[in-house]
Design a protein around this ligand. Structure first.
Ligand code: AP5
Length: 247
């Protein structure tokens, strides 16, 4: 499976992914952490290693914002919330996830990135997984100081085509503004402007940080320090996941 085979997730339930080899014991993960901590970067590395499908709710809203089709009023409003750095209302997020619930059955497993983000979303996901007879392997919580988070967000550049993520100094593309992977153009996300970053960090503290205690109570929380090179953080994550499997 390649990173491009996320059609069903990105375009909606009518789209088809390519064939996926079913794994015997797939990983089903949630990635938690403040905006810019590196969840998307880790999700891509984990996808390459574990083959689980990278499912990002932010990517769905960004794809909608660029879509040439007319958006529903709720999706139109969602793109405005995102631009300002505010959380999209739970009802809209839940509609997006619920109609793509087939992706949770991906034979290669899944990596949820950016969802759930409120206690309401976490409760809804828990109930949906129970209904679908699926369980999470772990909830990885990436931890990083706020100053480093702001530096990562301000230097981020994203590919408009394949969504690959770079950083102007820490993870630069070989050619400026051009994606190494697909040749697409790299752009600065609108919500990576300083005023939106501030709002996003507040939303994280207020609405998402309480999920740490929620998943701790369920025995699923796996904290990982997110300082250092992406490959080092990835290695720590994989080792902790393997240790969890054999424990
Ligand atoms: P979303 O797309 O989920 O954004 P986010 O959570 O704010 O996370 P980011 O994508 O900003 O950061 P990341 O942690 O993935 O970091 P990355 O790997 O890119 O959501 C966007 C918006 O959509 C939300 O604000 C909201 O409006 C809406 N939304 C989405 N889901 C929602 C939900 N469930 N409920 C409500 N609203 C929702 O890395 C950042 C940068 O750092 C990159 O440049 C990268 O190259 C660099 N970097 C990564 N790792 C390292 C490292 N180890 N060292 C140095 N640099 C690094």
């Amino acid at each position: 499976m390649t990173t491009h085979e996320r059609e069903q997730w990105l375009q909606g339930p009518g789209a088809q992914c390519g064939p996926v080899a079913a794994l015997q014991n797939p990983y089903r993960l949630v990635l938690l952490g403040a905006p810019g901590v590196g969840k998307g970067t880790q999700a891509e590395l984990l996808h390459q290693k574990l083959h689980a499908c990278h499912l990002s709710t932010g990517d769905v809203f960004r794809a909608a914002a660029k879509s040439l089709h007319e958006l529903s009023p709720a999706m139109q409003a969602a793109t405005e919330y995102m631009r300002r750095g505010e959380l999209v209302p739970d009802s809209t997020v839940w509609e997006v996830v619920r109609e793509r619930r087939g992706c949770l059955h991906c034979g290669a497993g899944f990596i949820l990135d950016g969802f759930p983000r409120t206690l309401g979303q976490a409760e809804s996901l828990k109930q949906l997984l129970e209904e679908e007879d699926l369980s999470l392997t772990a909830v990885v919580n990436y931890e990083l100081a706020e100053a480093e988070i702001i530096a990562r967000l301000s230097g981020r550049r994203t590919c408009e085509k394949c969504k690959a993520v770079f950083h102007v100094t820490e993870r630069p593309s070989k050619t400026a503004y051009v994606c190494d992977r697909c040749g697409g153009q790299l752009f600065l996300r609108e919500d990576d402007r300083p005023e939106s970053i501030k709002i996003r960090l507040e939303a994280y503290k207020h609405s998402t940080a309480p999920l740490i205690a929620f998943y701790q109570r369920l025995g699923l929380l796996m904290p990982i320090a997110a300082m250092g090179l992406p490959e080092q953080i990835f290695e720590k994550t994989v080792l902790a996941l393997y240790a969890r499997r054999v424990a």
